[in-house]
Design a protein around this ligand. Sequence first.
Ligand code: 1CP
Length: 344
Amino acid sequence: MAKPNHAFLAACRREHSSYTPVWLMRQAGRYMEEYRKLRAQYDFLELCKKPDLAAEITITPVERLGVDAAILFADILLVLEPMGVGLEYSKNGGPVIHHPVRSGKDVDNLKDFDPQQELSFVYDAVKKISKTLKNKVPLIGFAGAPFTLASYLIEGGGSRNYVHTKKLFYGTPEAWKRLMERLAKVVAEYLNCQIAAGAEAVQLFDSWAGCLTPTDYEQFVLPYTKAVIDAITPGVPVIHFSTGTAGLLKQIRAAGGDVIGLDWRVNLDEGWGMLGHDVAVQGNLDPVALFASPKDIKARVADVLRRADGRPGHIFNLGHGVLPETPVDHVIAMVDAVHEMSSR
Ligand code: 1CP
């Protein structure tokens, strides 16, 4: 059930609320002792595939930190496994794709699958979480955006320069188009299944879009991200997240989203000004700022809030995920500071 007066959902809709809502990307993860303990017993993919554990990992930080939204514990790369590319997470958690896609033939050899059936463990987790969180905070579902997913499929893991990815769209634009169309279709279906199971908002992670030129983004990425966003169940807010895209904000906005993510490389007021105030924003504290003293954290929170200027439609977050070594008490100090200083 939607909670229409909740601060997080109100901000997604650019409605007023009595304080600025806050949550953190990667709030369920390695900086928390509770997570590390579970992780010592289970492989990462196993955790994702056991709905009881995924639900527990999702809910623990909500209770511990006092944040205004939960984010499903899962990973953007889960949708790649049923395509038959050999997804594995190495000991340190970094993803590896054993059979990367490098040609049109590789694209055509990807397995077709039904996201409703093959990823049912995700929706089971969403159902369990929604039941537990009822009347507390909204649950955010998520998926990788087509470009960021394609970059992992093609590079075989994380990358610095995205050489293979760019070579595919420069050299074989037809194969690129086929790949992006398939990813867009799968991602939209996957997100709509999460919504049907109880997710009240969804975030599309285009974490690595910042490596693109504005022209390449427009030609090779924008149409597919837009297709995903346009296909999302009407009425459910979409957060469009990316990093390093201060020079791409016009294009990111054109691709869509009710809320646009801003990272710390742009001042929040300037970024919001470039996007236009008829869209909500999410961000944008530097994740490394959480290693500063609680006094300094408070000052940096104050600066972000000052730049948001009390306008409706600001969701406080980091500009990217919380880092594994972050002290939990500093995270709590940040959440408390946002609530205290934005209270109105
Ligand atoms: O060892 C471990 O315990 C695994 C670490 C880990 C965790 C906790 C991975 C591997 N994924 C996750 C969970 C995860 N991933 C969530 C859970 C919800 C949350 O608390 O936010 C989410 C939303 C993601 C999304 C994700 N996975 C993104 C987009 C966000 C971002 O950080 O940019 C990306 C790029 C991934 C790929 C991925 N999966 C895991 C890692 C370490 C990575 C990044 C690797 C890289 O830098 O290329």
